[in-house]
Write a protein that binds this ligand. Structure first.
Ligand SMILES: O=C(CO)[C@H](O)[C@H](O)COP(=O)(O)O
Ligand SMILES: [Co+2]
Length: 221
C-alpha cells in the first residue's frame, strides 16, 4: 500500500477551515479529530463541521472519533461525507458490527488503539477493518511528543497484517514529524497523520511533500 499523508486540522485555524484544507493541497487525506470532552478531556467539532468541510474540499476526510458511544454516532460521519471513519477500540461496544456498518454505508472502517491498548486481543477483528490506527500520543491534544515506546507495537501489528495476508492501512497519529516519520515507516506504518508538523510550518504544502519523501524513502527499505 502506498504512503498516505493525512494532515490534522486540529492544528489549523478553526475560523478558516476551508482555506486551511486548501493549504495542504497535495495531501492524500485530511485528518479530522472529533473529541467529545468525555472520551478525551477536550472538545472540538462534530457532524455539521464535517459536512461543511466535505463541501469545501475535494480531499477525502479521515475522521478520527475520540468519542464515547461510537456505535451510535459513527454512521452519521459516513453520511456527512467522511472517506474513512476511525472509532476507538476502548469505546466501541460492538466493534465488528460497527465496522460492518461503516463499510456498508460506503466508508473505510478503521479502529484506533490508545497507547496502553494492545493489538493482540483484536487480531481476529483485523479482516473487518480497512485501517488500524496506532496512537503515538495519548489522544486529546495536538503538539505532544512522540511516544517511541509505541514502535514495537507498530512492528507487531505490521507482522500480524502480513501473517493474515491482509490489505489494510496502518496509520500512526501523534507527534509525527520530520524527526519521527522515518522510524514509523521503518516499523511498518503507511498512513501518517501530522498536525503541528504541517500546520505549524511556514509552508504546509511543502511540509506535506517533505514528510511524504521521507516516508517513501524509509518504507522502501
Ligand atoms: O488525534 C490527535 C490527538 O488526539 C491528533 O490527530 C494528533 O495529535 C495530531 O497532532 P500532532 O501531529 O501535532 O501530534
Ligand atoms: Co487524530
Amino acid at each position: 500500500m502506498s504512503v498516505q499523508i493525512s494532515p490534522s486540522i486540529l492544528s489549523a485555524d478553526f475560523a478558516r477551515l476551508a482555506d486551511e484544507a486548501r493549504a495542504v493541497e497535495g495531501a492524500d487525506w485530511l485528518h479530522v479529530d472529533v473529541m467529545d470532552n468525555h472520551f478525551v478531556p477536550n472538545l472540538t467539532l462534530g457532524v455539521p463541521v464535517v459536512e461543511a468541510l466535505h463541501k469545501a474540499t475535494a480531499i477525502p476526510l479521515d475522521c478520527h472519533l475520540m468519542i464515547e458511544q461510537p456505535d451510535r454516532w459513527a454512521p452519521a460521519y459516513v453520511e456527512a461525507g467522511a472517506g474513512s471513519v476511525t472509532f476507538h477500540a476502548e469505546a466501541a461496544a460492538a466493534p465488528v458490527r460497527l465496522a460492518r456498518e461503516i463499510r456498508a454505508k460506503g466508508a473505510r472502517a478503521s479502529m484506533a488503539l490508545r497507547p496502553a491498548t494492545a493489538i493482540e486481543p483484536y487480531e481476529d477483528l483485523l479482516p473487518e477493518l480497512d485501517m488500524l490506527l496506532i496512537m503515538t500520543v495519548e489522544p486529546g491534544f495536538g503538539g505532544q511528543g512522540f511516544l517511541d515506546v509505541m514502535l514495537p507495537k507498530i512492528r507487531r501489528t505490521r507482522s500480524l497484517i502480513e501473517r493474515h495476508g491482509l490489505q489494510m492501512w496502518l496509520q500512526v497519529d501523534g507527534g509525527v514529524s520530520a524527526e519521527t516519520i522515518e522510524r514509523c515507516a521503518e516499523a511498518g506504518a503507511d498512513v501518517f497523520v501530522a498536525g503541528s508538523a504541517v500546520y505549524g510550518a511556514d509552508d504546509p504544502a511543502a511540509a506535506v511533500r517533505g514528510l511524504r519523501a521521507q516516508a517513501e524513502a524509509a518504507c522502501a527499505h
